[in-house]
Design a protein around this ligand. Sequence first.
Ligand code: FCB
Length: 461
Amino acid sequence: MPDRYDLPAGFRWGAATAAYQIEGAVAEDGRGPSVWDTFTARPGAIRDGHTGAVACDHYHRYPEDIALMKGLGLDGYRFSIAWSRIQPVGSGPVNPAGLAFYDRLADALLDAGITPLPTLFHWDLPQALEDEGGWLDRDTAYRFAEYAAIVADRLGDRIPAWITLNEPFVHTVFGYAMGVHAPGRTLMFEALPAAHHQLLGHGLAASVLHDRGLEVMLSNNLTPVEPASPSAADTAAAQAYDTLHNRLFTDPVLLGRYPDLSALGVPDDIYGAVRPGDLDLIHAPGLDGLGVNYYNPTRVAAPTDPVLPFDLVDIPDAPHTAFGWPVVPDALRRLLLGLRDTYGTALPPVTITENGCSVAESTAPDQPRIDYLATHLDALAQAVAEGVDVRGYYTWSLLDNFEWAEGLFSQRFGLVHVDFETQKRTPRASYAWYRDLIAAHRARRPPVGDHGGGGTPVTSG
Ligand code: FCB
């Protein structure tokens, strides 16, 4: 069986973070408020009342964090840009100090031999845009493309590939449908115009990036969906959930059409949001790579109450992370094969842009995280051996960070422990493990050109 050491030569190793989760410095150098500043101030919204006001203080400590990345031997670092640092009110004047921060970050990464992989939107919409309707307002898509142009004009000379959106599914459902994330709206299915407008924003920004010769990716949270039983009712519920979680956010971009939304009870034009020509704007720019954020599969049963067309149920036979998420590494292999089967030649090369697990602070030697990463990378290598083109892996996360509704302390995803009182960084056992894996993989599969031979086989025979 192929394993992680068999991943192809040139496979890119990385780690991921996001602006609001690590930067802190929310009121510095002209940054405007984002929906997360507003939402975290709402009593009861976040566990223990935590906020990202300081988080990992990465805004000031980025040189130390880049040194940690360099110590891992990373090829790439995925981070996100805070829109409200660039345009404090989401449109109009540019804040030079905000742009200068990402300029310094990019240069410091490049000096360390690490390719920056920025995400333009990881959920922190400028509050001023939310006040006008946020992603429920079509104009936000056009503002997003303008912001993309500003950032690309400044950094595109040094950064070749860009991610437009992070997980529009999670942002729509948690932020606009259920209200457990910012902006805290509880619209249920009527949140879906926010999904369409994010996808439209993706398409418009993708054109802006392509016009500047840059590569474009979209990072979707994808989950293989399995029915709780072979019954027709459970199977139909699983299909409805798959449509909502996976296909709604991927079909428009790769195929230029929405999946059939009737099982969700959602009109084809998504409550009037979809206008003639929109799907072309979303699809025509094309995608140079699909970013896949994978954590766990989802088991679905027929609904027990009529509000939703499905019930999400546990997978009791699997181990669970500290978050309570089932650990099923082979589901990553199945997910990747499923993408190839569903999209065929419309599927661009895949990059895993997030994968990892939270481990309880008390779990001493960090073994659950090492096991999670090792088994998922083996499953990934098996999918590659079965013919799926996967180019890289960015683990979530480099550092413990502000885990949204869960606050700072409860869900620790980092290869590096962060003491949020002192800001002391302490690499965990998984840090050393990942470093050694990267080095061993490179030794076994030297990047083509390094040893003069070229033609390194993609997988072992
Ligand atoms: C993903 C988010 C990321 C992080 C991980 C644990 O859904 O993109 O910011 O919170 O989950």
